[in-house]
Design a protein around this ligand. Structure first.
Ligand code: NAD
Ligand code: WQD
Length: 332
């Protein structure tokens, strides 16, 4: 298939570009570099042996999008482009609504006008809000606690309305749990600007001596060791989930949500200890207050992804930490 990846030079987009290209699909990357840079394209060239097609642009620019869609005529769009920092979304809600929601509506309009009606959307387990039961399946009630999460939920609803209005549309909302790790080459990975908000990039920088100690946000949760439990998934497993979703979209019509998680939860301390093994030295940490808005535990029921896509996570926590550390050592 020929597939356009919005946000294709970002963390998940770049890994998915590798998996798609290596599965024989033709990819076109589209990005405005607001949270990535063009060096990713050189790195993708080193991994793939060729430079993937790239078009610079903003998903809020309908004219530019139509130009790109008309030039390449992709069969489907995988839509990663968006802002993703929960804390920032509370400070700057309008930026999040404009970029994520207005950007998606603009993209959908451009797709509709060019007759491209298959979209795979980067949704998030954040749409489940406070878990009422575990593991989280796709039928779990939805709720959100911050503007970022609200953009994901509203985009899911917009996609559902669009599919209801026109039976030719296929919208697959992939609800990611906690993507971590990096491509095994160590050439691409997650390298956030400034101090990381998420656990893994923070741990990686402490391991590399760039930050002093991990702050463990609370050890009094109702979990085996008192620290928060999450379903961490290797980004290459996630990438493979997109390859399978693209294949599925060839025959699928209508709207569907599918979890991409491993079905297994690990605590903050599990992560720190697994990373210590990967990097070969102790990682300093200290217990601090809980972070407002955090839930004690969440992990996926990944059964639907297995049944519909034949997809199952294969990488272990050890693999995730090893690959993250390899990338971290390359980005000093
Ligand atoms: P990322 O920031 O690394 O990648 C997003 C890419 O989109 C960046 O390259 C950025 O430059 C680009 N972009 C943003 N706004 C754009 C715009 N208006 N026009 C064109 N390009 C634009 O983030 P990621 O971790 O790769 O996440 C990809 C998607 O997955 C996002 O939609 C995110 O919300 C979602 N998601 C991420 C996680 C996670 O933990 N990383 C979890 C669940 C869902
Ligand atoms: C994981 C665990 C923290 C940092 C976020 C978004 C979610 C999704 C994935 C996009 C928690 C603890 C963290 C630190 C810590 N993104 N922690 N010290 O919060 O599960 O999910 O990213 O859709 O929407 O909310 O991920 O990596 O921030 O936290 O102790 O410095 O690590 O309390 O238990 P989270 P995270």
């Amino acid at each position: 298939m020929k597939i356009l990846l919005t946000g294709g030079t970002g963390f998940i987009g770049s890994h998915t570009a590798v998996a798609m290209a290596q599965s024989g699909h033709e990819v076109i990357l589209f990005d405005n570099f607001c949270n990535s840079d063009c060096s990713v394209l050189d790195r993708l060239q080193s991994i793939l042996g060729f430079r993937p097609a790239f078009e610079e642009g903003d998903i809020r620019d309908e004219k530019r999008l139509k130009e790109v869609l008309q030039t390449y005529r992709p069969e489907a769009v995988v839509h990663f482009a968006g802002l993703k920092a929960v804390g920032e979304s509370v400070q700057k809600p309008l930026e999040y609504y404009d970029n994520n929601i207005c950007g998606t509506v603009t993209l959908l309009r451009a797709m509709q006008q060019t007759g491209i009606k298959k979209i795979i959307f980067s949704s998030s387990a954040t749409v489940y809000g406070m878990p009422q039961y575990l593991p989280l399946d796709e039928g779990h009630p939805l709720s959100v606690t911050n503007p970022y999460g609200r953009t994901k939920l509203q985009i899911e609803e917009i996609l559902s309305d669009l599919c209801a209005s026109d039976p030719q549309w296929s919208a697959i909302c992939l609800r990611y749990f906690n993507p971590i790790g990096a491509h095994e080459s160590g050439l691409i990975g997650e390298n956030p600007r400034g101090i990381p908000n998420n656990l893994l990039p923070y741990v990686a920088r402490v391991a590399a001596g760039q930050l002093q100690a991990v702050q463990v946000f609370g050890n009094d949760y109702d979990t085996p060791d008192g620290t928060g439990v999450r379903d961490y998934i290797h980004v290459m497993d996630l990438a493979d989930g997109h390859v399978r979703a693209a294949q599925y979209s060839q025959t699928h019509r209508g709207w569907i949500a599918i979890n991409l998680g491993t079905g297994v939860g690990y605590s903050v301390l599990d992560i720190i200890h697994a990373y210590e093994k990967a990097c070969g030295h102790p990682i300093a940490y200290r217990i601090t207050e809980r972070r407002p808005g955090d839930v004690a535990s969440n992990w996926a029921n990944p059964q639907r992804a297995f049944e519909l896509l034949g997809w199952k996570a294969r990488y272990t926590l050890e693999d995730m930490c090893r690959d993250s550390w390899r990338f971290q050592q390359n980005c000093r």
